[in-house]
Design a protein around this ligand. Sequence first.
Ligand SMILES: Cc1cc2nc3c(=O)[nH]c(=O)nc-3n(C[C@H](O)[C@H](O)[C@H](O)COP(=O)(O)O)c2cc1C
Length: 202
Amino acid sequence: MFYNPDNRPSSLPHDPFKAIVSPRPIGWISTIDKEGRANLAPYSFFNAIGDKPPMVIFSKTGPKLGVNEEKDSIRNIRETGEFVVNFVSFELTSEMNISSQHFKHGEDEFSLAGLEKGRSQIVGVPYVKKAPAAFECVLHKELKLPGDDQTAIIGEVKGIHINEEYIRDGIFDVTLYKPLARLGYRDYAVIENLISLKRPDD
Ligand SMILES: Cc1cc2nc3c(=O)[nH]c(=O)nc-3n(C[C@H](O)[C@H](O)[C@H](O)COP(=O)(O)O)c2cc1C
């Protein structure tokens, strides 16, 4: 099968694009507005794109549902130039999902999801205290993408929090917290089993 994304065959009634690009890590983005009110929302068009210095990207792919309003994460980052990427353990699945709802600007998803805030060291934005890890980021660049309402945020990671209960023998052991990853449709994956591979030229 081959198709042009503007002309998906009727045998695929639901867009498989995100199922193809899967699993995707979830960047659980915290921000504050210029009044200092906190916001938290998951973005699975998210990844790391460099490590010297560490860089991350996430993108917004449409407006808030039902209202012609900019998503709070983007609006706040434009206002402050800062954000935090929190990582989602299996244990935090429900809180992450609650925080994806389209609340009014200024409503604090930390409180709505019953999450404690941690105090960041470099940026003014709180992090999710229970998260296995969190990156304090400053805006590097906003990149408008083709389409009506798509934009990508590139950030430079300035500080890294790790919950030490997930460090074993000097390794940040993902099997201890089980990362939640986004697939297509309504599906998620939980990372529990690892395989290790040596590169041929190692
Ligand atoms: C697992 C998950 C991943 C999501 N990924 C994205 C994404 O990559 N881009 C996007 O624009 N919205 C994404 N959403 C929807 C946003 O989380 C949702 O629009 C949210 O209300 C935005 O919040 P904000 O206005 O506080 O930024 C995702 C939702 C979930 C549950």
